[in-house]
Design a protein around this ligand. Structure first.
Ligand code: SF4
Ligand code: FES
Length: 271
C-alpha cells in the first residue's frame, strides 16, 4: 500500500543542461529526459541518476561540483531556471528537492556566469577568486589557540548575532551570479563584517577591508548598484545591510590610510 502511494507520486521532467567540454570549447544546451523521478529526490540526486544513465550508455557524464550536500560547503553552485540555486528560498542547490517542480517541467541548468568565475567544464566554474579575497584579509593575527574565558572579552549581543549572521556565508558565489554587474560585494561584506564586528578582528580591521576590496576589484568583479539580487538568492539569507557596513568601514580605513600607513597584519587598529 505504501509502495503504491509512493509510485503514484513519480513524475517525469526534462533536464536541459549546459554542456561545455572546457573553456576553449563551444557550449550548448542538451536535453535529458528523466522519467519516473521521485519528488523526494534531491536535485543533485537527479543529476546522479542522469549521469548513471549517461555512463551506462558510454557518454560523458555531466560535470557538476558538490561536496557536503547539506548546504554547508558552498560548492554546488549552478543556476536553475534562471536563478542561482534554483526556485527555493534560503537554500543551496543540494537542498533543492524535485517536489519544487511539476510533471512535464523542462528544468534549465547552467553554470554561474561571471567573468571572475571562468568556466571549467559543464556546470563547474573556477571560484578561486573568492579564495584570493579571503587570503587577502579573512584572518586574524591574535592568538586564538586556547579559548579564553568569555568574560575576558565581552561582545555585545547584537554584535555577536550580526557577526554570526555574516559568518554563515558559505562562499557559494550565488550573489555574484545573480548580480547584473557580477558584483562580489555581498560575499566580501560578509567576510569583512564577520571579523570586523568582533574584538579579535580589530587589529586588522582597516587593512582587512582595504586589502579585500582591492583584491575583489583586481579579480574582475563589478560594482554594486543596489539591486539586492544578491541577498535575494543567498542561501544563507545574508542581508545587503552588510554591504553598507563594509562601505562605511572602507571609507574610514581609506581616510585613515592617508595619515598613517596601513599594512595587513600590522595592527592598523580601528576601534
Ligand atoms: S553572501 Fe550568500 S550568496 Fe554570496 S557567497 Fe556568501 S552564502 Fe553565497
Ligand atoms: S554540496 Fe555543499 S552546499 Fe551544496
Amino acid at each position: 500500500m505504501v509502495a503504491e502511494k509512493t509510485a503514484k507520486k513519480l513524475f517525469s521532467v526534462t533536464l536541459r543542461v549546459w554542456r561545455q567540454a572546457g573553456p576553449a570549447q563551444a557550449g550548448r544546451f542538451v536535453d535529458y529526459p528523466a522519467a519516473n523521478v521521485n519528488p523526494d529526490m534531491s536535485f543533485l540526486e537527479l543529476l546522479d541518476v542522469v549521469n548513471d544513465g549517461l555512463t551506462v550508455k558510454g557518454e560523458e557524464p555531466i560535470a557538476f561540483a558538490h561536496d557536503c550536500r547539506e548546504g554547508i560547503c558552498g560548492t554546488c553552485s549552478c543556476t536553475i531556471n534562471g536563478k542561482p540555486h534554483g526556485p527555493g528560498h534560503g537554500i543551496a542547490t543540494c537542498q533543492l528537492y524535485l517536489r519544487s517542480f511539476r510533471e512535464g517541467d523542462v528544468i534549465v541548468v547552467e553554470p554561474f556566469r561571471a567573468r571572475a568565475f571562468p568556466l571549467v567544464k559543464d556546470l563547474v566554474v573556477d571560484r578561486s577568486a573568492f579564495d584570493k579575497i579571503q587570503q587577502a584579509g579573512g584572518f586574524i593575527s591574535v592568538r586564538a589557540g586556547t579559548a579564553p574565558d568569555a568574560n575576558s572579552a565581552p561582545v555585545p549581543k547584537r554584535d555577536a548575532d550580526l557577526a554570526m549572521d555574516a559568518a554563515t556565508c558559505i562562499g557559494c558565489g550565488a550573489c555574484v551570479a545573480a548580480c547584473k554587474n557580477s558584483s562580489a560585494m555581498l560575499f566580501v561584506a560578509a567576510k569583512v563584517s564577520h571579523l570586523g564586528l568582533l574584538p579579535q578582528g580589530q587589529p586588522e580591521r582597516d587593512s582587512r577591508v582595504l586589502a579585500m576590496v582591492q583584491t575583489m576589484d583586481e579579480a574582475g568583479f563589478g560594482s554594486c548598484t543596489n539591486q539586492y539580487e544578491c541577498s535575494a538568492v543567498c542561501p544563507k539569507l545574508i542581508s545587503h545591510d552588510f554591504i553598507a557596513r563594509m562601505n562605511r568601514d572602507y571609507v574610514k580605513a581609506l581616510f585613515k590610510s592617508r595619515f598613517q600607513p596601513v599594512s595587513l597584519g600590522g595592527g592598523g587598529g580601528a576601534g
